[in-house]
Design a protein around this ligand. Sequence first.
Ligand code: G3I
Length: 361
Amino acid sequence: MKWRTPIFALAAAALSLASDTGVQEPSLREAARNSGMLIGAAARSAQLSEPAYASTLAREFNMVEPEDALKWEIVHPEPQRFDFSQSDQIVDFATRHGMKIRGHTLVWHRQNPKWLTEGKFTSTELADILEKHIKAVVGHYRGRVFAWDVVNEAFDELHPGELRSTLWRDQPGIGPSPGAATEALPVSGRPYEYRPYQYIERCFRWAHEADPQALLFYNEAEAETVNPKSDAIYAMVRDFRQRGVPIDGIGFQMHIANLHADIVSIDTNIARFAALGVQVHITEMDVALPVDSNGNASPEDLQLQASLYREITRTCLSHPGCTAIQTWGFTDKYSWIGSHSKHTQGAALLFDRSYHAKPAY
Ligand code: G3I
């Protein structure tokens, strides 16, 4: 079992050192230094040239993940062309500042280029494209990206427990083919019960071939608590572990819009996945608050938000298998929440738009 620094004690002591700007000593990454804990943030390459953005990111976090730069539409804009310019900027920044790099994401149903989604490929062609994509991207960062979200959000929102209909899921030969009840198990050759998540398994195997040292994660939204979606993912991960499919971790996104999140259920859920022998990463945490027309949240809500960040962090720290906490961005100046909900919700992160630490910090 890992020994962990009591970061809350350190953080509490540090409050008295808070300066006018709200910046505190020790920083989050210093507080986490001896704990074996990773504290990360999603980042945008375009913002790295902004001094306050870059200095806050480097000072506070020991892990970084490109928010969009590794998604297909950016990294693989044409069939025969990869563009690593945005992701390389983030990876270089992380390397200069001694930060671990998480990769996000190799397979998702969103942010795919038109050449792919409208390409009318056969299943054989599509499998080939997917394998080459995974191996090219993972191969480019072999030895540098320590953990990948191999597949993101494959399970359905409307029909919990079922796989979402996507390009990959629906293609015979990659996803399930109607009527095919059994298939030869690739490793032993034994027939095995038909598994609808066959395409996910193939992606993990391809990623593992491209970088056997990288940790491979399945990442999901709204699977933080014990619910039908997390039940289905649990069954898949257990099956993968039993059959030696190379999966190392589960990412719980933790986009919270309900200030009364069920912490007990989150705790139980983390425990059951950790018991399978996989690591748990909290990968995309933010806590959206109601905001006024100026984008400001009430002081009461900021305190409730702080409680939630505290409770989730405590819960993660209490499980040795929960090894990373990452927020989806770090400043309210650049957050998908503010940009997607016409500013009735926002203020979701640890730093405000002027990079001042909020109560949640
Ligand atoms: O690439 C274009 C750029 O050319 C154009 O100038 C710009 C103008 O707005 O838009 C750019 O595309 C944006 C893209 O991010 C890249 O920055 C899209 O408009 C924007 O919709 C897109 O949003 C991202 C969203 O995923 C897409 O679904 C968010 O930044 C990103 O935070 C969000 O992240 C997801 C995770 O990957 C998975 N989990 C949920 C999470 C939040 O939705």
